[in-house]
Design a protein around this ligand. Structure first.
Ligand SMILES: [Zn+2]
Length: 96
């Protein structure tokens, strides 16, 4: 199997895992985190990036969803967005 195909499969599986993680977030957060951890491992092994539509806490692997698992603040002057993980309190900043 060639690398391109492997990456394609990995991306597909990551998408499935993260969709599942989102569904389990409110009912079974521990299961959700396990899906995210698996998706991250897959991404590392296949050297693919996790699509930017999904934000993941680097510290505790919680799927970050604004208003649910993350607090989002925007700084208009600096054009920076701050995302705080409600599970572990880790802060991530990125430009917008
Ligand atoms: Zn966290």
């Amino acid at each position: 199997m060639n690398q391109t195909k492997q990456k394609l499969i990995a991306r597909e599986r990551i998408a499935i895992l993260l969709t599942q993680a989102e569904k389990e977030l409110s009912k079974r957060p521990w299961l959700s985190r396990r899906h995210v951890i698996m998706a991250r491992k897959l991404a590392t092994r296949a050297t693919v990036r996790i699509p930017s539509i999904w934000k993941i806490c680097r510290t505790c692997s919680t799927l970050l969803i604004p208003g649910r698992t993350a607090r989002v603040r925007a700084n208009a002057t600096k054009r920076m967005m701050t995302m705080t993980c409600k599970n572990c309190g880790a802060v991530r900043r990125f430009p917008y």
